[in-house]
Structures are given as structure tokens and as C-alpha cells.
Ligand binder design. Structure first.
Ligand code: FRU
Length: 605
């Protein structure tokens, strides 16, 4: 997704016009709110002068309002600017503008495009607090979400000294896309996360789009041995690549003074992923450029040389290629290693909108060659698995992937407000071979086992069985994992529904004739916020009489992993109450569930 409506690009132009406009039409109105002086200037322009020293200016947001422009001014200079859907008729929620470090005597805001009659003038307030405690029934328990505001792609994932860093596309000024920053969180176990606010904020080169981080162990860039170096796209009217570095283990980042480090005349030129290529002893940057990937090399992270392009005639091209990754993985059961090029695509996914495809092949430090150009391979067969990238420098040679659990078709409209979007559960990637082809396997990362609380095991049972989780656990159980093995006798369809007392359900089934696993969320709860939401997603299966399945259920998602991760399917759901029951059925024969365990999943922190 790239919105041309990204308004940062117009800032320079608009700002100078605005300042002239302000000086020309001074029309002061009396103060409405004691801690501010609000002056309306006509034509939707206003100035707010801050009169009280507080930590935050809390701005009231109405999501149905258009974006208004705000310029934060300290000592007559613009120090920050943002687009905010300021409340005109009603307040949906508040967003904070952090005023720390500014003296109220020198601080004011210019507002553009907001009528004098808008409710925001009465509702905005100064405060030392901004409450981020959860107010959403759909906020996941064990999936990562931003403390507040909008999130899309995971960015800059890097492991260093026992800590997993996760950065992410963040809008701190609303729960819809815009004002892209890199939010930052850390974890030592991939399931308990600590929020650290925004690490990289927009500047004169643009907003901060997706990218990656590396640990520069040998100080190739000269920022210091062990510096974390971040690469991101500066997005304004054009997209260019920039870098920033941290010499305090990711606590603070300093932008490189000579940004941008890479430019192009192409409009879609973004999402740098940087890796170290051991054989050629060079850094490699893979970039998404329109519908191809470009590969660059560098000895020092600053000077980049184009080595090759990849994409024409390869895989799916239903939309723009975004958020690439390039990793080397061992092939299960062999001594071989192969390179995997991850390519996120929007639109053009198998069920509409966004999806992650990948290519398996060779890479010599210059050129990636796909083993099977005729095949399109999808990493996940659900509708809500996008912008997948892996952790850099992960321990034990692991390649841990994380996806944004949404789809650009409806991401801005899903029924949450205090925050919007979660990430998938982390998955370890590996390769396996089937019918002479090499595929990626997505295994839920071992850290997820830590979430398991109480477990209820059932002995072998036949079809037509129903279990109520609340009864099994004698407690409300709405976040859980089911692990089961199914042995088919002669059924054509093996199916089961997760459902609640409101008749809302997610139906899953194996069709043994068509060799497909499917998940139907058309009756899953609230599906009306987008015509693209109610869907049945399907994954090819290999067949055979024994099927293993792990299901991860959180407040607003179902993730299915079949046969140790040989297929994965991730879908959002918004039930009016949790699905606390499961019931099994068969068509055309019968089967046994030979092992069935439900684990209550809880986060310890
Ligand atoms: C993918 C994407 C990236 C871009 C970012 C902007 O979801 O469109 O290509 O960098 O989102 O937020």
C-alpha cells in the first residue's frame, strides 16, 4: 500500500502559503478553554497558544472527519507537523502530542482545514497523563499490538544481546494509516513485549516507511562496533532510502547526516532489507521497486551498487511488490541450503488484497535465481498475513518471521479504535521438499509454548462430538490453543466449527477429495465493515490419512498450522462473544480424533 494522499510531501509548499495567510487575516476570538488561547483566522485556519505547562496536548479524533493539518511551533519555528482527523461532530478517542522539552511560553499550534464550529476546540485538553490501558474487547492477549494508534508492517526486527527489538509502522496521531513513524518494543522471549514509544520520527525528507536493522559487529560503517543500523524509506513526493544508527542498544537513534543514501526516479522504491552475505563479505540490500526487487551491495552500509534485478515473469504480479527479505535456510533431511526471497504483494493475494509469496533458489551475492519460475508459492493461505519479514541476527541460526495480521482491503476499517492492527504469532521458517519442490514451512516459534497454562486432554473420540472450553476449564476461556491429530477412516470431508452462543462460527474443514483445507469466516461475527471481509480461504494439502493441526485462537484471530507448519492460515475474526465451543462433523464416512488437547494461553507479565 502506498497512499499518494501522503500529505507530508506538500508540507514545504503549504506551510509558506499558510504563514503568509495567517499574517494577512488576523481575527482574534476570545479564549474558549482556559489553558489555551484559540484564535480563529478564517477559512478553517486557527492558532492555539499554550498557556499551561503540561506533558501532553490531547487531541480529540473523529475517524469520519477528513485529515486536518497541524503545525507545532516553538520559538516561531515549525518543530513537528502531523495530519489528524480532528473531531468535528463527535469524539471517538484522544491522541497525545508530547510537549516534553518545550516551554509553554514559546509553544503554539497552527491548525488548518478545521471549521470554527468543530467540537475539537472545546474538547482538546492539556494533561500530564495519557491513559493507554486497554479499552477494546478485540485487543489480542498474546499477539503484539501498539499501545495506541495505528500499526502496519513490522520493521527493523533485530536481535542483540538477548533482546528482540521490534519496530513497526506507527501512527501516533490516530488509529488509521498516516504520519508514519517507527514505533519500538522489546522482548526477551517473543511473547512478552515492552513498549518504548517511537524510535524514528518524520523529518524534512518525509515520513518513515518500512525497512530493516542490522548489527554492524565489525564497524564497517564507522558508527561504532556493534551499532544497530536502521534502514528505512523516507517517503514524501518521492521515495528515497535513509539510514539511522543507535550506539545505545536501540534506545535512541541518530539519523545519518548525509541521507538519503539511495535514490531513484521510480515512484515505488522502498522497504530496504539489509543482510550480511558471508561468502562475498558484503552487505546486501534488497529493495521493492514497483513489481520487481533490486539487489544492491555495499562494503560499508553507506555506498550501494546495483547488482541485479529480479521479478519479471516470476510469481504473482497482481499488485505492487513490497517488504522483501532474503534468507538462507537448510532443507530438511538434506545437507543442502537454499535461498528464499520473500516478496509481499498488494493487491493480488490468493483471496484478494495483501499476501506473502516467496521464491526458493540460489543467491551468489549478486543475483537471485528462482528454482521454479513457473510456480507461485504462498507463505500463508489466510487473508491476514502481510508484510512478513524476519529477525536479523537471531540466535541459534534461527529465521523467525513476523507478519502484520491484516489486509489493506479493510485494515483501516476493522472494528477497533484505541489501537488498530496486531501482528501474527512469530514463526520459525525452514524448508521441506514435496514432490520434488522445495517449500517454506512455518512452525509457530517455540516461545509460544510458554503461553500454555492449564491443559485439558481428551482420549480418542469419533465425529459428532462437541466440547465447551468454559466447561472443560471451569472458567471463561477465550484465548487458547488446540492441538490435535485426526486419523481418517473413509470420510470425504472432516470438519469442525468453533462457535459461540450467538450462533457465530468459524468453520474449518479438510476436503480429502479436493485435497484442501479451508476456513470459512463468513458467519464469524461482525463481518459487515467491509465487503471484502467475509471470505472462505483455502490451502492445498498433501493428502494422507493422518492430519496434525495446531490452532491459535486469540480475541480476534484464528491461526491454523497444519502438519508441523507445512501450511499456515491466518484470519481475523470479530465475534460478539468468544468462540468457546468446538464441534466435529464428517461427510461421506468417518474418522477418529486420536489426540486432542486444549491449552489455555496466558501472558505472564
Ligand atoms: C506495506 C507498505 C510498505 C510501506 C509501508 C507504509 O504495507 O505499503 O510498502 O513502506 O506500508 O506504511
Amino acid at each position: 500500500m502506498f497512499h499518494l494522499k501522503d500529505s507530508w510531501r506538500k508540507i514545504g509548499k503549504t506551510l509558506s502559503l499558510f504563514i503568509i495567510g495567517t499574517a494577512a487575516s488576523v481575527c482574534s476570538c476570545p479564549a474558549i478553554n482556559p489553558p489555551f488561547v484559540v484564535k480563529h483566522l478564517g477559512d478553517g485556519q486557527s492558532i492555539v497558544q499554550i498557556e499551561e505547562q503540561k506533558k501532553y496536548l490531547l487531541l480529540p479524533v473523529e475517524e469520519a472527519s477528513p485529515e486536518a493539518k497541524l503545525y507545532m511551533i516553538a520559538d516561531n519555528d515549525v518543530v513537528r507537523n502531523m495530519n489528524v482527523r480532528l473531531a468535528v461532530n463527535k469524539v471517538d478517542y484522544f491522541v497525545p502530542v508530547d510537549l516534553t522539552g518545550f516551554d509553554k511560553k514559546h509553544l503554539s499550534f497552527n491548525f488548518q482545514l478545521i471549521p470554527d464550529s468543530a467540537i475539537c476546540w472545546k474538547e482538546m485538553k492539556l494533561s500530564d497523563e495519557y491513559d493507554t490501558s486497554n479499552r477494546e474487547k478485540f485487543r489480542p492477549v498474546y499477539h503484539f499490538t501498539p499501545a495506541y494508534g495505528w500499526m502496519n508492517d513490522p520493521n527493523g526486527m533485530v536481535y542483540k544481546d538477548g533482546v528482540y527489538h521490534l519496530f513497526y509502522q506507527h501512527n501516533p496521531y490516530g488509529s488509521m494509516w498516516g504520519n508514519m513513524h517507527w514505533g519500538h518494543a522489546t522482548s526477551t522471549d517473543l511473547v512478552n513485549w515492552e513498549h518504548h514509544g517511537d524510535a524514528i520520527s518524520p523529518d524534512a525528507l518525509g515520513t518513515i516507511f518500512s525497512g530493516s536493522c542490522v548489527v554492524d559487529k565489525d564497524n564497517t560503517a564507522g558508527f561504532g562496533a556493534g551499532a544497530i543500523v536502521a534502514f528505512y524509506t523516507s517517503a514524501s513526493d518521492r521515495q528515497v532510502q535513509s539510514m539511522a544508527y543507535s550506539i545505545d542498544n536501540g534506545k535512541t537513534f541518530k539519523k545519518y547526516a548525509r541521507n538519503p543514501i539511495l535514490t531513484s526516479t521510480q515512484r515505488d522504491f522502498r522497504d530496504p532489507k539489509v543482510i550480511w552475505h558471508e561468502d562475498t563479505k558484503k552487505w546486501i540490500m534488497i529493495l521493492a521497486v514497483g513489481q520487481e526487487m533490486q539487489l544492491y551491495s555495499s562494503p560499508n552500509l553507506k555506498d550501494w551498487t546495483l547488482e541485479s534485478k529480479f521479478g519479471e515473469g516470476q510469481g504473482a504480479h497482481g499488485g505492487v511488490w513490497e517488504c522483501p527479505d532474503l534468507i538462507e535456510l537448510p532443507v530438511e533431511g538434506t545437507e543442502l541450503k537454499k535461498w528464499v526471497l520473500i516478496c509481499n504483494l498488494n493487491p493480488g493475494g490468493p483471496f484478494g488484497g495483501s499476501a506473502t509469496q516467496y521464491f526458493v533458489g540460489t543467491f551468489d551475492g549478486k543475483k537471485f535465481v528462482n528454482d521454479s519460475p513457473a510456480l507461485t508459492k504462498w507463505m500463508d493461505w489466510g487473508k491476514d498475513h502481510y508484510a512478513t519479514v524476519t529477525w536479523s541476527n537471531a540466535p541459534e541460526g534461527r529465521h523467525i518471521a513476523l507478519a502484520w495480521m491484516s489486509n489493506w482491503e479493510y485494515a483501516n476499517n476493522v472494528p477497533t479504535q484505541q489501537y488498530r492492527s496486531a501482528n501474527s504469532v512469530p514463526r520459525d521458517l525452514s524448508l521441506y521438499t514435496f514432490n520434488g519442490e522445495t517449500y517454506v514451512k512455518c512452525t509457530p516459534s517455540k516461545e509460544l509454548l510458554k503461553l500454555r497454562d492449564k491443559a485439558i486432554k481428551k482420549r480418542t473420540f469419533k465425529v459428532d462430538r462437541t466440547y465447551n472450553m468454559d466447561k472443560l476449564f471451569a472458567d471463561n476461556t477465550d484465548t487458547y490453543e488446540i492441538e490435535m491429530t485426526i486419523k481418517n477412516k473413509n470420510a470425504e470431508v472432516i470438519g469442525f466449527q468453533l462457535f459461540n452462543s450467538k450462533g457465530e462460527e468459524v468453520e474449518m474443514s479438510y476436503n480429502l477429495i479436493e485435497k484442501k483445507f479451508s476456513m470459512d469466516r463468513t458467519k464469524s461475527g461482525n463481518v459487515s465493515f467491509s465487503k471484502d471481509f467475509p471470505t472462505v480461504t483455502m490451502a492445498p494439502i498433501e493428502g494422507g490419512n493422518e492430519m496434525k493441526l495446531r490452532l491459535f485462537i486469540d480475541k480476534s484471530s484464528v491461526e491454523a498450522f497444519g502438519d508441523d507448519g507445512r501450511f499456515a492460515m491466518t484470519n481475523l475474526v470479530f465475534p460478539s462473544e468468544p468462540y468457546n465451543r468446538i464441534s466435529f462433523y464428517a461427510k461421506g464416512g468417518s474418522y477418529n480424533v486420536t489426540s486432542f488437547t486444549v491449552y489455555k494461553l496466558v501472558v505472564s507479565r
